[in-house]
Design a protein around this ligand. Structure first.
Ligand code: NAD
Length: 523
């Protein structure tokens, strides 16, 4: 393992200069909260924190702003998002610094967040009109019924986001909601508020009307609960356990929600996989953001025919990864976010080792690098009685298993309560056939997670306990609307004409239905 020690400075000068402006974007709160950097434990900022009453006030302001915004032409909304895209690229170094200070992740992992905002902002700025323009629908009666579908904004969307991708998750899910004419009240995770504030600052500079994007900070259940109490729709990203509570609370109010939740994602390496590509591809697939990625691979299934060659080569590769949290591209893997996360990862690994798992590489915390750093770790001989076998570790830890047939690999991959992401490496036709049999919302062939994630025109989300609803693509913007059908009946009313008995009308309709079935293009 190559090591790079963190610099001592808690903040870069640019961060210090911008802080007062970002603090001004937080909705006023009656409480306050300190934020620390996991790189070195130093305080980054003290920000206001909200009570439920403060959250209610933020919603009122958002509603006022939303009235005018819903009447702003979509072209103007898209132009703001397009300018925001350019601003993010222009200020990417500052954004990377903020993300690294707040999370301790490597700069490359932070860059994934900037790239993701770029891709999503471009996509929705260009495609929102196509997704939201009134759609012509098949009418009840050919020629006689003109039917159109219209998209109304939901109103104020409440967003609750986690700490692992604090820049991109709040922003890329907010952009389609804003384009659809909604306002936002966001509760970022208490550990990572600054990344979203830095990006929202750029949104306002790009022309977003003031008040449209409220940020409320504070405790998860209290402030998150108040978001659900006030929102017209909830976009939640986080753990499956919290997702279930959010679903229950949204159900009580009969409001819609979308939930992007946890995973225990499998990768299958077939015996005809492109060996070196698969080997190299395992690194970002498993260790991006130190494995604190919902789509990260935690279960690696390797075909028996190549296992004894693949696993030693992977072990060597992982042993050479550079661990550190400097504000440059010198490290491959950064720190974990917190003591809590470090405790969870350590306990999964220690429990597995105590029950007979073998550590191939890694396995230890590295406080000499950063307070919460943990080595990238490969384990063999992981069995059902170990917590990390089925539970989401959310750290740089991969369990490796051997398989003998495609059917066995599919069964193993599907043997989980989750279904977020999967990866299959092999000859494309065989790998795609396996991909179609895996119960997951996204499956990457000859890639870990980036190919499906970055396909912003395609929906992304979970099967089983990994989520409800989808982000990206048409689904990712239409969900923020109430869909209205307006049908205009011409000529004939949909009832028996004057003088026709109900029985005669029924017979006429039967004949009409038979005729309509034969018409081409209907259905
Ligand atoms: P978490 O569920 O603990 O917290 C997520 C957010 O919910 C935070 O803002 C938190 O303050 C808030 N919250 C906590 N309790 C709440 C409550 N009772 N009501 C309302 N809000 C509440 O998750 P986490 O530990 O911050 O994030 C890691 C988890 O998120 C992992 O399971 C990971 O897989 C998942 N995740 C999923 C995706 C995805 O796209 N599927 C993306 C990122 C992270």
């Amino acid at each position: 393992m190559t090591l790079t020690a963190p610099r001592s400075a808690a903040r870069t000068p640019e961060l210090t200069t911008n802080l007062p402006r970002w603090r001004g974007l937080v909705s006023p709160g009656s409480l306050s909260q300190e934020h620390f950097s996991p790189r070195n434990h130093e305080t980054i900022a003290t920000l206001p924190a909200c009570t439920p009453e403060d959250v209610g006030a933020a919603f009122e302001q958002a509603r006022t702003a939303q009235h005018a915004w819903s009447k702003t032409p979509l072209k103007e909304r898209a132009a703001i998002v397009s300018r925001f895209h350019d601003a993010v690229l222009a200020h990417h170094e500052l954004l990377l610094d903020v993300v690294q200070h707040e999370t301790g992740k490597s700069r490359s992992s932070a860059f994934d967040e900037v790239a993701d905002i770029g891709l999503t902002a471009q996509y929705y700025a260009k495609s929102a009109r196509r997704h939201l323009k009134p759609a012509k629908r098949q009418g009840a009666f050919p020629l006689l019924t003109r039917t159109r579908e219209y998209y109304w904004p939901k109103g104020v969307v409440g967003m609750i986001t986690p700490w692992n991708y604090p820049l991109t998750l709040p922003i890329t899910d907010a952009l389609p909601a804003l384009l659809a004419g909604n306002a936002i009240v966001l509760k970022p995770d208490a550990q990572t508020p600054l990344s979203s504030l830095a990006a929202i600052d750029l949104l306002y500079q790009a022309g977003l009307p003031r008040g449209l994007f409220q940020v409320v900070l504070g405790d998860g259940p209290t402030v998150g609960g108040a978001i659900i109490d006030n929102a017209d729709f909830v976009m939640f990203t986080g753990s499956t356990a919290t997702g279930k509570k959010v679903a229950q609370a949204c159900g009580e109010r009969l409001i819609g929600f979308s939930a992007e939740l946890g995973g225990k994602n499998p990768m299958i390496v077939l015996d005809d996989a492109p060996f070196d590509r698969a080997l190299q591809g395992t690194i970002p697939a498993s260790f991006s953001n130190s494995g604190q990625l919902c789509m990260a691979i935690e279960r690696l299934y390797v075909h028996d025919a190549i296992y004894d060659r693949f696993v030693p080569a992977l072990t060597e590769l992982v042993s050479g990864l550079r661990l550190g949290s400097d504000l440059d591209y010198s490290s491959d893997i950064g720190s974990l976010i917190s003591q809590e996360q470090l405790n969870k990862v350590t306990s999964h690994v220690n429990d597995a080792v105590a029950r007979g798992a073998t550590v191939l590489t890694g396995g230890s915390a590295r406080p000499d690098i950063a307070p919460f750093a943990f080595e990238p770790t490969l384990l063999e001989n992981v069995s059902e009685d170990m917590e990390l076998c089925r539970g989401e570790t959310f750290g740089p830890v991969v369990a490796i298993y051997r398989f003998h047939s495609d059917d066995e690999a599919i069964a193993l991959a599907n043997d989980t309560r989750y279904g977020l992401n999967a990866s299959v490496w092999g000859s494309p036709r065989r790998a795609e056939k396996i991909a179609r049999a895996i119960e997951a919302g996204s499956v990457n062939v000859n890639e870990g997670f980036t190919a499906s994630w970055a396909s912003t025109d395609a929906p992304m989300g979970g099967f089983k306990e990994s989520g409800v609803g989808r982000r990206h693509g048409r689904e990712g913007i239409v969900k923020y609307t109430n869909v209205q059908t307006v049908a205009t009946q011409r000529g004939m009313k949909v009832a028996a004409p004057k003088g026709m008995s109900p029985e005669k009308f029924a017979q006429t309709l039967i004949r009409g239905l038979r005729l309509m079935k034969k018409l081409p293009g209907r259905g």
